[in-house]
Design a protein around this ligand. Structure first.
Ligand SMILES: O=C(O)C1=C[C@@H](OP(=O)(O)O)[C@@H](O)[C@H](O)C1
Ligand SMILES: C=C(OP(=O)(O)O)C(=O)O
Length: 451
Protein backbone atom coordinates (compact mmCIF):
# COMPACT_ATOMS: atom_id res chain seq x y z
CA UNK A 1 0.00 0.00 0.00
CA UNK A 2 1.15 3.52 -0.80
CA UNK A 3 1.04 6.65 1.32
CA UNK A 4 1.29 10.18 -0.11
CA UNK A 5 2.79 13.01 1.91
CA UNK A 6 2.96 16.68 1.01
CA UNK A 7 5.34 19.27 2.48
CA UNK A 8 3.95 20.26 5.90
CA UNK A 9 4.66 22.07 9.15
CA UNK A 10 4.36 20.10 12.40
CA UNK A 11 3.30 21.24 15.84
CA UNK A 12 1.74 19.74 18.92
CA UNK A 13 2.26 17.02 21.51
CA UNK A 14 2.46 13.27 20.87
CA UNK A 15 3.31 10.24 22.96
CA UNK A 16 6.21 7.92 22.02
CA UNK A 17 5.21 4.30 21.45
CA UNK A 18 6.53 1.74 23.95
CA UNK A 19 9.91 0.16 23.27
CA UNK A 20 10.01 -2.80 20.91
CA UNK A 21 13.30 -4.08 22.35
CA UNK A 22 12.07 -3.99 25.96
CA UNK A 23 8.70 -5.50 25.02
CA UNK A 24 10.28 -8.52 23.26
CA UNK A 25 12.50 -9.16 26.26
CA UNK A 26 9.76 -8.58 28.83
CA UNK A 27 7.35 -10.98 27.09
CA UNK A 28 10.02 -13.67 26.82
CA UNK A 29 11.30 -13.09 30.38
CA UNK A 30 7.69 -13.37 31.62
CA UNK A 31 7.52 -16.59 29.59
CA UNK A 32 10.64 -17.88 31.35
CA UNK A 33 8.98 -17.04 34.71
CA UNK A 34 5.88 -18.71 36.13
CA UNK A 35 3.90 -15.64 35.08
CA UNK A 36 4.09 -11.83 35.06
CA UNK A 37 2.23 -8.80 33.75
CA UNK A 38 3.91 -6.61 31.13
CA UNK A 39 2.61 -3.05 31.55
CA UNK A 40 2.53 -0.56 28.61
CA UNK A 41 3.77 -3.10 26.06
CA UNK A 42 4.28 -2.36 22.38
CA UNK A 43 1.72 -4.53 20.58
CA UNK A 44 3.05 -4.64 17.02
CA UNK A 45 3.72 -7.20 14.30
CA UNK A 46 7.18 -8.02 15.72
CA UNK A 47 6.19 -8.32 19.37
CA UNK A 48 3.20 -10.48 18.38
CA UNK A 49 5.74 -12.92 16.95
CA UNK A 50 7.42 -13.16 20.36
CA UNK A 51 4.02 -13.56 22.05
CA UNK A 52 3.27 -16.44 19.64
CA UNK A 53 6.53 -18.11 20.58
CA UNK A 54 5.80 -17.81 24.33
CA UNK A 55 2.42 -19.44 23.64
CA UNK A 56 3.99 -22.19 21.53
CA UNK A 57 6.39 -23.06 24.36
CA UNK A 58 3.44 -23.64 26.71
CA UNK A 59 2.75 -20.15 28.07
CA UNK A 60 -0.05 -17.74 27.20
CA UNK A 61 -0.29 -14.01 26.51
CA UNK A 62 -3.59 -12.17 27.02
CA UNK A 63 -4.70 -8.55 27.30
CA UNK A 64 -5.42 -7.65 30.94
CA UNK A 65 -8.78 -5.98 30.41
CA UNK A 66 -10.33 -8.13 27.75
CA UNK A 67 -9.51 -11.46 29.39
CA UNK A 68 -8.86 -14.12 26.80
CA UNK A 69 -7.26 -13.38 23.44
CA UNK A 70 -9.26 -14.52 20.47
CA UNK A 71 -6.97 -17.32 19.37
CA UNK A 72 -4.41 -19.57 20.97
CA UNK A 73 -1.42 -18.42 18.92
CA UNK A 74 -1.31 -14.66 19.75
CA UNK A 75 -1.32 -13.77 16.02
CA UNK A 76 -4.21 -11.40 16.54
CA UNK A 77 -3.25 -10.16 20.00
CA UNK A 78 -5.12 -6.84 20.34
CA UNK A 79 -3.50 -3.62 21.54
CA UNK A 80 -3.67 -3.47 25.34
CA UNK A 81 -2.46 -1.40 28.31
CA UNK A 82 -1.03 -4.56 29.82
CA UNK A 83 -0.38 -8.15 28.77
CA UNK A 84 -0.81 -10.95 31.27
CA UNK A 85 1.72 -13.69 30.58
CA UNK A 86 1.39 -17.16 31.98
CA UNK A 87 4.93 -18.49 31.85
CA UNK A 88 6.43 -21.89 31.07
CA UNK A 89 8.65 -21.54 34.13
CA UNK A 90 12.04 -22.13 32.52
CA UNK A 91 10.94 -25.39 30.89
CA UNK A 92 9.62 -24.75 27.37
CA UNK A 93 7.44 -27.42 25.74
CA UNK A 94 8.32 -28.70 22.30
CA UNK A 95 6.11 -26.52 20.02
CA UNK A 96 3.21 -28.23 18.21
CA UNK A 97 4.02 -26.43 14.99
CA UNK A 98 6.61 -24.37 13.12
CA UNK A 99 7.30 -20.99 14.81
CA UNK A 100 6.59 -18.08 12.47
CA UNK A 101 8.91 -15.24 13.48
CA UNK A 102 7.51 -13.09 10.63
CA UNK A 103 9.81 -10.06 10.06
CA UNK A 104 11.41 -10.07 13.52
CA UNK A 105 15.14 -10.70 13.91
CA UNK A 106 14.88 -10.22 17.67
CA UNK A 107 12.22 -12.93 17.96
CA UNK A 108 14.21 -15.34 15.80
CA UNK A 109 17.46 -14.98 17.73
CA UNK A 110 15.99 -14.86 21.25
CA UNK A 111 13.60 -17.73 20.61
CA UNK A 112 16.20 -19.95 18.92
CA UNK A 113 17.97 -20.09 22.28
CA UNK A 114 14.66 -20.78 24.07
CA UNK A 115 14.02 -23.63 21.64
CA UNK A 116 17.42 -25.07 22.59
CA UNK A 117 16.10 -25.59 26.14
CA UNK A 118 13.21 -27.80 24.98
CA UNK A 119 13.65 -31.56 25.00
CA UNK A 120 12.91 -32.06 21.32
CA UNK A 121 12.88 -30.24 17.98
CA UNK A 122 11.70 -26.73 17.04
CA UNK A 123 11.49 -25.28 13.53
CA UNK A 124 11.68 -21.48 13.12
CA UNK A 125 11.01 -19.48 9.99
CA UNK A 126 9.74 -16.09 8.87
CA UNK A 127 9.16 -13.84 5.89
CA UNK A 128 11.55 -13.47 2.93
CA UNK A 129 13.53 -10.69 4.63
CA UNK A 130 13.93 -12.70 7.82
CA UNK A 131 15.01 -15.75 5.82
CA UNK A 132 17.87 -13.71 4.33
CA UNK A 133 19.37 -12.57 7.66
CA UNK A 134 22.43 -14.16 9.32
CA UNK A 135 21.87 -16.75 12.06
CA UNK A 136 25.09 -18.76 11.57
CA UNK A 137 27.07 -17.50 14.59
CA UNK A 138 24.19 -18.37 16.95
CA UNK A 139 23.74 -21.82 15.39
CA UNK A 140 27.50 -22.43 15.74
CA UNK A 141 27.44 -21.31 19.36
CA UNK A 142 24.55 -23.65 20.19
CA UNK A 143 26.35 -26.45 18.36
CA UNK A 144 29.44 -25.77 20.49
CA UNK A 145 27.18 -26.07 23.55
CA UNK A 146 26.06 -29.53 22.43
CA UNK A 147 22.72 -28.63 20.80
CA UNK A 148 21.89 -29.63 17.23
CA UNK A 149 21.11 -26.29 15.57
CA UNK A 150 20.99 -26.06 11.80
CA UNK A 151 19.87 -23.97 8.88
CA UNK A 152 17.73 -26.19 6.64
CA UNK A 153 19.44 -24.73 3.56
CA UNK A 154 22.90 -24.94 5.12
CA UNK A 155 23.44 -21.21 4.51
CA UNK A 156 23.18 -19.94 8.08
CA UNK A 157 19.71 -18.51 7.41
CA UNK A 158 16.19 -19.54 8.46
CA UNK A 159 14.39 -21.92 8.28
CA UNK A 160 16.21 -23.18 11.36
CA UNK A 161 15.92 -26.51 13.18
CA UNK A 162 16.96 -26.74 16.82
CA UNK A 163 17.06 -29.90 18.95
CA UNK A 164 17.56 -29.36 22.73
CA UNK A 165 18.04 -29.71 25.57
CA UNK A 166 20.78 -27.26 26.42
CA UNK A 167 22.54 -27.57 29.76
CA UNK A 168 24.92 -24.61 29.42
CA UNK A 169 28.70 -24.20 29.21
CA UNK A 170 31.32 -21.88 27.75
CA UNK A 171 31.18 -20.64 24.19
CA UNK A 172 33.00 -18.19 21.88
CA UNK A 173 31.01 -15.90 19.57
CA UNK A 174 31.72 -13.00 17.18
CA UNK A 175 30.14 -9.71 18.29
CA UNK A 176 30.17 -7.88 14.98
CA UNK A 177 27.15 -9.45 13.24
CA UNK A 178 24.36 -9.12 15.81
CA UNK A 179 24.25 -8.42 19.54
CA UNK A 180 21.02 -10.42 19.64
CA UNK A 181 23.01 -13.68 19.79
CA UNK A 182 24.44 -12.58 23.16
CA UNK A 183 21.01 -11.51 24.42
CA UNK A 184 19.56 -14.89 23.38
CA UNK A 185 22.23 -16.88 25.22
CA UNK A 186 22.03 -14.73 28.38
CA UNK A 187 18.23 -15.01 28.61
CA UNK A 188 18.21 -18.78 28.07
CA UNK A 189 21.41 -19.34 30.06
CA UNK A 190 19.82 -18.20 33.32
CA UNK A 191 17.53 -21.27 33.38
CA UNK A 192 20.12 -23.85 32.25
CA UNK A 193 21.70 -26.18 34.81
CA UNK A 194 25.25 -24.91 34.33
CA UNK A 195 24.86 -21.30 33.18
CA UNK A 196 26.55 -19.83 30.10
CA UNK A 197 29.82 -18.02 29.67
CA UNK A 198 30.16 -16.16 26.36
CA UNK A 199 33.54 -14.89 25.19
CA UNK A 200 33.58 -12.44 22.29
CA UNK A 201 35.99 -13.09 19.42
CA UNK A 202 35.46 -9.60 17.93
CA UNK A 203 34.33 -6.21 19.15
CA UNK A 204 30.61 -6.08 20.05
CA UNK A 205 28.44 -3.95 17.74
CA UNK A 206 25.06 -2.67 18.95
CA UNK A 207 26.38 -3.01 22.53
CA UNK A 208 23.65 -0.88 24.21
CA UNK A 209 21.12 -3.58 23.26
CA UNK A 210 22.98 -5.97 25.57
CA UNK A 211 22.80 -3.29 28.28
CA UNK A 212 19.02 -3.27 27.74
CA UNK A 213 19.08 -7.05 28.25
CA UNK A 214 21.17 -6.78 31.44
CA UNK A 215 18.86 -4.05 32.77
CA UNK A 216 15.77 -6.12 32.07
CA UNK A 217 17.29 -9.32 33.48
CA UNK A 218 18.10 -7.47 36.70
CA UNK A 219 14.50 -6.26 36.88
CA UNK A 220 13.37 -9.90 36.61
CA UNK A 221 15.75 -10.89 39.44
CA UNK A 222 18.35 -12.52 37.15
CA UNK A 223 22.10 -12.08 37.70
CA UNK A 224 24.17 -11.66 34.52
CA UNK A 225 27.32 -9.62 33.99
CA UNK A 226 29.75 -8.29 31.42
CA UNK A 227 33.34 -9.47 31.84
CA UNK A 228 36.15 -6.89 31.88
CA UNK A 229 33.86 -3.84 31.69
CA UNK A 230 31.03 -2.17 33.59
CA UNK A 231 28.81 -2.10 30.52
CA UNK A 232 28.45 -4.18 27.38
CA UNK A 233 30.64 -1.80 25.36
CA UNK A 234 34.21 -2.93 25.81
CA UNK A 235 33.26 -6.24 27.47
CA UNK A 236 35.37 -9.30 26.64
CA UNK A 237 32.35 -11.47 27.26
CA UNK A 238 29.37 -12.13 29.52
CA UNK A 239 28.48 -14.60 32.28
CA UNK A 240 25.07 -15.78 33.44
CA UNK A 241 24.91 -18.37 36.22
CA UNK A 242 22.40 -21.20 35.72
CA UNK A 243 19.57 -22.40 37.94
CA UNK A 244 18.01 -18.95 38.31
CA UNK A 245 14.32 -18.03 38.51
CA UNK A 246 12.73 -15.18 36.58
CA UNK A 247 10.48 -13.19 38.93
CA UNK A 248 9.95 -9.40 38.68
CA UNK A 249 8.97 -7.53 41.90
CA UNK A 250 5.15 -7.60 42.36
CA UNK A 251 4.94 -9.81 39.27
CA UNK A 252 4.94 -6.82 36.91
CA UNK A 253 7.26 -5.02 34.53
CA UNK A 254 6.72 -1.59 32.90
CA UNK A 255 8.03 -0.96 29.37
CA UNK A 256 9.62 2.48 28.69
CA UNK A 257 9.16 4.58 25.51
CA UNK A 258 11.02 3.68 22.30
CA UNK A 259 13.89 5.97 21.28
CA UNK A 260 14.22 4.47 17.78
CA UNK A 261 10.60 5.50 17.19
CA UNK A 262 11.23 8.83 18.92
CA UNK A 263 14.02 9.49 16.40
CA UNK A 264 11.46 10.08 13.60
CA UNK A 265 9.53 12.51 15.77
CA UNK A 266 12.70 14.38 16.78
CA UNK A 267 13.86 14.49 13.15
CA UNK A 268 10.40 15.60 11.99
CA UNK A 269 10.43 18.44 14.52
CA UNK A 270 13.99 19.49 13.64
CA UNK A 271 13.23 19.81 9.92
CA UNK A 272 9.54 20.68 9.81
CA UNK A 273 8.29 22.14 13.11
CA UNK A 274 6.05 25.13 12.54
CA UNK A 275 8.23 28.27 12.85
CA UNK A 276 5.79 29.50 15.53
CA UNK A 277 5.49 26.17 17.32
CA UNK A 278 7.33 23.02 18.34
CA UNK A 279 7.00 19.24 18.46
CA UNK A 280 6.64 17.91 22.02
CA UNK A 281 7.23 14.20 22.63
CA UNK A 282 6.08 12.55 25.87
CA UNK A 283 7.18 9.12 27.12
CA UNK A 284 10.89 9.82 26.66
CA UNK A 285 12.22 8.66 30.04
CA UNK A 286 15.94 7.73 30.11
CA UNK A 287 16.72 4.00 29.95
CA UNK A 288 19.56 1.86 28.61
CA UNK A 289 18.57 2.54 25.00
CA UNK A 290 21.55 3.63 22.90
CA UNK A 291 19.15 5.27 20.45
CA UNK A 292 18.55 8.06 22.97
CA UNK A 293 21.70 9.38 21.23
CA UNK A 294 19.33 10.86 18.61
CA UNK A 295 18.90 13.85 20.96
CA UNK A 296 22.64 14.52 21.06
CA UNK A 297 23.12 13.79 17.34
CA UNK A 298 20.36 16.15 16.23
CA UNK A 299 21.66 18.77 18.68
CA UNK A 300 25.19 18.45 17.21
CA UNK A 301 23.66 19.00 13.77
CA UNK A 302 22.21 22.26 15.02
CA UNK A 303 18.69 21.29 16.13
CA UNK A 304 17.13 23.19 18.99
CA UNK A 305 16.09 20.48 21.46
CA UNK A 306 15.20 20.40 25.13
CA UNK A 307 15.02 17.04 26.92
CA UNK A 308 13.45 17.13 30.39
CA UNK A 309 14.67 13.70 31.48
CA UNK A 310 12.70 13.62 34.71
CA UNK A 311 9.41 14.45 33.02
CA UNK A 312 10.34 12.31 30.00
CA UNK A 313 9.51 15.13 27.59
CA UNK A 314 11.49 16.21 24.51
CA UNK A 315 10.68 19.52 22.79
CA UNK A 316 12.08 20.21 19.32
CA UNK A 317 12.00 23.40 17.27
CA UNK A 318 12.85 23.78 13.61
CA UNK A 319 16.48 24.73 13.01
CA UNK A 320 19.05 24.94 10.21
CA UNK A 321 21.09 21.76 10.27
CA UNK A 322 24.73 21.13 9.30
CA UNK A 323 26.35 17.83 8.35
CA UNK A 324 28.56 16.02 10.91
CA UNK A 325 30.39 12.67 11.26
CA UNK A 326 28.56 10.03 13.32
CA UNK A 327 29.65 6.52 14.33
CA UNK A 328 26.58 4.22 14.41
CA UNK A 329 28.40 1.15 15.80
CA UNK A 330 26.18 1.33 18.91
CA UNK A 331 23.06 2.71 17.24
CA UNK A 332 22.39 0.90 13.93
CA UNK A 333 18.66 1.65 13.91
CA UNK A 334 19.36 5.39 13.78
CA UNK A 335 21.09 5.20 10.39
CA UNK A 336 17.96 5.79 8.26
CA UNK A 337 16.90 8.75 10.44
CA UNK A 338 20.39 10.30 10.37
CA UNK A 339 20.63 9.79 6.60
CA UNK A 340 17.41 11.77 6.16
CA UNK A 341 18.66 14.54 8.46
CA UNK A 342 21.89 14.55 6.43
CA UNK A 343 19.96 15.01 3.18
CA UNK A 344 18.28 18.11 4.61
CA UNK A 345 21.40 19.49 6.39
CA UNK A 346 23.97 21.71 4.76
CA UNK A 347 27.29 19.99 4.02
CA UNK A 348 28.39 16.35 4.31
CA UNK A 349 27.04 13.93 6.88
CA UNK A 350 29.39 10.93 7.21
CA UNK A 351 27.79 7.91 8.88
CA UNK A 352 30.63 5.56 9.86
CA UNK A 353 30.96 2.03 11.31
CA UNK A 354 27.74 0.96 9.60
CA UNK A 355 28.47 -2.38 7.95
CA UNK A 356 26.19 -4.24 10.40
CA UNK A 357 23.30 -2.00 9.28
CA UNK A 358 23.34 -3.99 6.03
CA UNK A 359 22.07 -7.12 7.91
CA UNK A 360 18.68 -5.69 8.90
CA UNK A 361 15.21 -6.07 7.34
CA UNK A 362 16.96 -4.82 4.21
CA UNK A 363 20.45 -3.46 3.48
CA UNK A 364 19.64 -0.09 4.99
CA UNK A 365 22.88 1.55 3.86
CA UNK A 366 22.11 0.97 0.18
CA UNK A 367 18.39 1.49 0.64
CA UNK A 368 18.78 4.97 2.13
CA UNK A 369 21.48 5.97 -0.36
CA UNK A 370 19.29 4.98 -3.31
CA UNK A 371 15.94 6.26 -2.07
CA UNK A 372 17.34 9.64 -0.95
CA UNK A 373 18.95 9.97 -4.40
CA UNK A 374 15.49 9.48 -5.91
CA UNK A 375 14.40 12.50 -3.85
CA UNK A 376 17.33 14.53 -5.23
CA UNK A 377 20.06 14.05 -2.61
CA UNK A 378 23.61 13.05 -3.47
CA UNK A 379 25.19 10.17 -1.58
CA UNK A 380 28.39 8.11 -1.56
CA UNK A 381 28.30 4.53 -0.34
CA UNK A 382 31.32 2.59 0.95
CA UNK A 383 31.17 -0.81 2.69
CA UNK A 384 31.31 0.73 6.16
CA UNK A 385 30.48 4.40 5.52
CA UNK A 386 27.51 6.28 4.07
CA UNK A 387 28.07 9.92 3.17
CA UNK A 388 25.13 12.17 2.39
CA UNK A 389 26.12 15.31 0.56
CA UNK A 390 23.56 17.79 1.84
CA UNK A 391 23.27 21.05 -0.01
CA UNK A 392 21.10 24.09 -0.37
CA UNK A 393 19.31 22.32 -3.22
CA UNK A 394 15.92 21.10 -2.13
CA UNK A 395 14.60 17.56 -2.00
CA UNK A 396 11.89 16.99 -4.60
CA UNK A 397 8.84 14.79 -4.11
CA UNK A 398 8.94 11.49 -6.05
CA UNK A 399 7.79 7.88 -5.68
CA UNK A 400 10.12 6.00 -3.34
CA UNK A 401 10.21 2.39 -2.18
CA UNK A 402 10.05 1.70 1.54
CA UNK A 403 11.78 -1.66 0.81
CA UNK A 404 9.24 -3.47 3.03
CA UNK A 405 11.25 -2.05 5.97
CA UNK A 406 9.53 -0.03 8.71
CA UNK A 407 12.54 2.20 9.37
CA UNK A 408 13.06 3.05 5.69
CA UNK A 409 9.35 3.96 5.35
CA UNK A 410 9.39 6.22 8.43
CA UNK A 411 12.68 7.93 7.51
CA UNK A 412 11.44 8.65 3.99
CA UNK A 413 8.26 10.07 5.51
CA UNK A 414 10.40 12.59 7.44
CA UNK A 415 12.15 13.55 4.18
CA UNK A 416 8.73 13.95 2.55
CA UNK A 417 7.82 16.64 5.12
CA UNK A 418 10.29 19.01 3.46
CA UNK A 419 10.45 17.70 -0.13
CA UNK A 420 8.93 20.01 -2.72
CA UNK A 421 5.49 18.76 -3.82
CA UNK A 422 4.20 15.31 -3.01
CA UNK A 423 6.12 12.14 -2.14
CA UNK A 424 4.61 8.69 -2.56
CA UNK A 425 6.08 5.97 -0.33
CA UNK A 426 5.46 2.33 -1.17
CA UNK A 427 4.71 -0.12 1.65
CA UNK A 428 3.28 2.11 4.36
CA UNK A 429 1.84 -0.96 6.15
CA UNK A 430 5.33 -2.03 7.24
CA UNK A 431 5.33 0.59 10.03
CA UNK A 432 3.20 -1.98 11.91
CA UNK A 433 6.45 -3.77 12.77
CA UNK A 434 7.49 -1.18 15.37
CA UNK A 435 5.24 1.94 15.29
CA UNK A 436 1.70 0.91 14.30
CA UNK A 437 0.21 4.41 14.65
CA UNK A 438 3.05 6.23 12.90
CA UNK A 439 1.08 7.93 10.13
CA UNK A 440 -1.80 8.80 12.47
CA UNK A 441 0.73 10.34 14.88
CA UNK A 442 2.32 12.37 12.07
CA UNK A 443 -1.12 13.49 10.86
CA UNK A 444 -2.04 14.58 14.40
CA UNK A 445 1.02 16.88 14.32
CA UNK A 446 -0.22 18.40 11.07
CA UNK A 447 1.55 16.30 8.42
CA UNK A 448 -0.44 16.19 5.17
CA UNK A 449 -0.85 12.42 4.90
CA UNK A 450 -3.12 10.96 2.25
CA UNK A 451 -3.88 7.24 2.14
O1 LIG B 1 18.24 -6.63 20.62
C1 LIG B 1 17.49 -5.80 20.08
O2 LIG B 1 16.39 -5.48 20.57
C2 LIG B 1 17.93 -5.18 18.82
C3 LIG B 1 19.27 -5.19 18.49
C4 LIG B 1 19.81 -4.53 17.27
O3 LIG B 1 20.16 -5.53 16.35
P1 LIG B 1 21.66 -6.12 16.18
O4 LIG B 1 22.17 -6.48 17.51
O5 LIG B 1 21.44 -7.29 15.29
O6 LIG B 1 22.49 -5.03 15.52
C5 LIG B 1 18.78 -3.61 16.62
O7 LIG B 1 19.20 -3.29 15.32
C6 LIG B 1 17.40 -4.25 16.58
O8 LIG B 1 16.48 -3.38 16.01
C7 LIG B 1 16.91 -4.55 17.97
C1 LIG C 1 16.49 -4.52 12.95
C2 LIG C 1 15.36 -4.36 13.64
O1 LIG C 1 14.72 -5.32 14.34
P1 LIG C 1 14.92 -6.89 14.28
O2 LIG C 1 16.40 -7.18 14.29
O3 LIG C 1 14.23 -7.41 15.50
O4 LIG C 1 14.25 -7.39 13.02
C3 LIG C 1 14.73 -3.02 13.74
O5 LIG C 1 13.73 -2.87 14.44
O6 LIG C 1 15.22 -2.06 13.12
Amino acid sequence: MDVRLTRSNLSGTVRAPPSKSYTHRALLAAGYSDGATVESPLVSADTRATARAVTAFGGSVDPREGGESTSDDSSDLPDADALVVDGFDGRPDVPNDVLDCANSGTTTRLVTATAALADGGTVLTGDASLRSRPQGPLLDALDELGVRAESTRGNGQAPLVVFGPLSGGAVALPGDVSSQYVTALLMAGAVTDDGIEVSLTTELKSAPYVDITLELLEAFGITAEPVGSETAAGAEGFVVPGGQTYAPPDGRYEVPGDFSSISYLVAGGAVAADPDGSVRIEGAQPSAQGDAAIVEIATRMGASIDWDREAGVITVERSSLSGIEIDVGDTPDLLPTIATLGAIADGDTRITNCEHVRYKETDRVSAMAEELETLGAETTEEPDVLTIHGSESELRGATVDGRADHRIVMSLAVAALVAEGTTTIRGREHVDVSFPGFFETMASLGAAVER
